[in-house]
Design a protein around this ligand. Structure first.
Ligand SMILES: [Zn+2]
Length: 292
């Protein structure tokens, strides 16, 4: 009696173990399910980076298994047993890697003007391009500390065409695009304040503008709120994009803030907080895989 009870319980154990393995195997199978390539320009890269070496192209309608992801890149195994990285957008326009924190995000920072284009001038003739770069660099440093992948449309005093700026955001499939500028009024000392501009309502830009603006609560100058702005860098951008006019450069009072390191620090820290809110409060960024 004792003997057969032992036999029964050991066969139950085997059954449970087999079931466990079967479930685990099935889950692994579904997790690593193959997805079809629906774009023409898919390729395997050596690293998860647009400038990395391209190892081979991948035929449309072939299939890959997604094994892991980093930023908006996926590490895959092809149906020809090749391994490598590819941009998640190269799978299909619907395939998205979940970006749920700033440390997973790809962010393009645009320092307005530069090089031959000085931008607006302060009352004393100081150039807008100098300060846009200063703010852009400071924000880049803070975002990199948070683990984000940051690209800059310029990182020195160089001329960059307007159209190249949103193009960078498109190329790297940025999760956010932030452009720095300073306002100017027709006459000196007639306007003041900070404005957050968006162009597209439905691609996340308006939400990004609201999230950033909601954090600009202790600037020391007026927060003029969120507004629609018909700027090329926002208009020709399918990514969530905002343009920050961080004070009026030809207002003596605003300019004293613009050049003040406390204000600079406050602005860039508030933008980081706004971006955190944007990524962590996001709900539509779920993985959509086109399994068939
Ligand atoms: Zn400007």
């Amino acid at each position: 009696m004792q003997e057969s009870e032992n036999e029964n319980s050991s066969s139950y154990l085997w059954l449970i173990l087999l079931l466990f393995i079967a479930v685990l195997g099935f889950r692994t199978y579904t997790y690593f399910e193959q997805v079809p390539i629906e774009t023409e320009n898919a390729a395997l890269y050596e690293k998860p980076e647009i400038s990395a070496k391209k190892e081979c192209s991948i035929q449309k309608n072939s299939r890959v298994k997604v094994l892991k992801h980093k930023y908006n890149w996926v590490y895959v195994k092809t149906d020809k047993n090749k391994y490598g990285w590819m941009g998640s957008w190269m799978i299909s326009s619907d395939y998205k890697v979940p970006i749920n924190s700033i440390s997973e995000a790809t962010i393009v920072i645009d320092a307005g003007h530069g090089g031959e284009d000085s931008g607006a001038l302060s009352i004393q003739g100081k150039q807008e391009k100098t300060y846009t770069l200063k703010y852009a660099k400071q924000l880049a440093e803070k975002l990199r500390k948070e683990g984000a992948r940051v690209y800059m449309t310029r990182s020195s005093n160089e001329t960059v065409s307007l159209s190249k700026r949103p193009l960078l955001a498109e190329q790297v499939h940025a999760d956010a695009f932030i452009s720095f500028h300073f306002d100017s009024s027709p006459q000196n000392n007639t306007a003041t304040g900070f404005t957050t501009y968006y162009y597209h309502k439905d691609n996340g830009s308006l939400r990004l503008a609201n999230d950033i603006n909601s954090q600009l609560t202790s600037l020391g100058i007026d927060n003029r709120g969120v507004d629609f702005g018909n700027f090329l860098v926002l208009r020709d951008n399918t990514r969530p994009a905002v343009l920050l006019e961080s004070g009026y450069i030809n207002s003596a009072r605003d300019f004293s803030m613009i050049t003040d390191s406390n204000y600079q620090n406050q602005v860039t820290s508030d933008v980081v907080k706004g971006l955190k809110l944007f990524f962590e409060g996001k709900d539509e960024n779920t993985v959509i895989s086109n399994n068939s």
